[in-house]
Design a protein around this ligand. Structure first.
Ligand code: NI
Length: 156
């Protein structure tokens, strides 16, 4: 496994639409491992492939419950509303208020290309929406309500 460089806002690749994954090759397996490692190393709760420069529909999420991998995810149902702070590893040091559904049902494929569905609420639902947006070239700044804030980091 290896850490990958996270692309930051201003990089054109973050604005491109990602392509579907047809098959999980060795190369994609390595990409997925690297995405998890890069996300954890950066203390993020989610990471989408374009953020490491790969235009494929792959995203990883861990909001502190368990690691989730989504290949070719589609949000098939959503309900409710939540308004809260959001951040993104591609906008280091910033956060902003975004309204998202409070519940989503997502359909995706796992590392064996087996289809699954997951129902999520709260922070996990927010993370799924945020990462799915990345696959379309959408950043949370496109949806932010008000100004971006600067986030103070604790040096570890
Ligand atoms: Ni993000």
């Amino acid at each position: 496994m290896a850490l990958r460089t996270i692309r930051v806002m201003g990089d054109d690749i973050l604005r491109k639409k990602c392509r579907e994954v047809k098959e999980v090759t060795q190369r994609i397996e390595t990409l997925i491992d690297d995405m998890f490692e890069t996300m954890y190393e950066s203390n993020g709760v989610g990471l989408a492939a374009p953020q490491v420069g790969v235009l494929k529909r792959i995203m990883v999420i861990d909001v502190g419950e368990e690691p989730y991998l989504f290949i070719n995810p589609v949000i098939v149902d959503s309900a409710g509303e939540q308004t809260g702070d959001e951040g993104c590893l591609s906008l280091p040091g910033k956060s902003g208020v975004v309204t998202r559904p409070d519940f989503v049902k997502v359909r995706a494929y796992d590392e064996n290309m087996e289809e699954f569905e997951l129902e999520a609420e709260g922070l996990l639902a927010r993370a799924i929406c945020h990462e799915c947006d990345h696959l379309e070239g959408i950043l949370y700044v496109d949806k932010v309500e008000g100004e971006l804030e600067n986030v103070e980091y604790d040096e570890e």
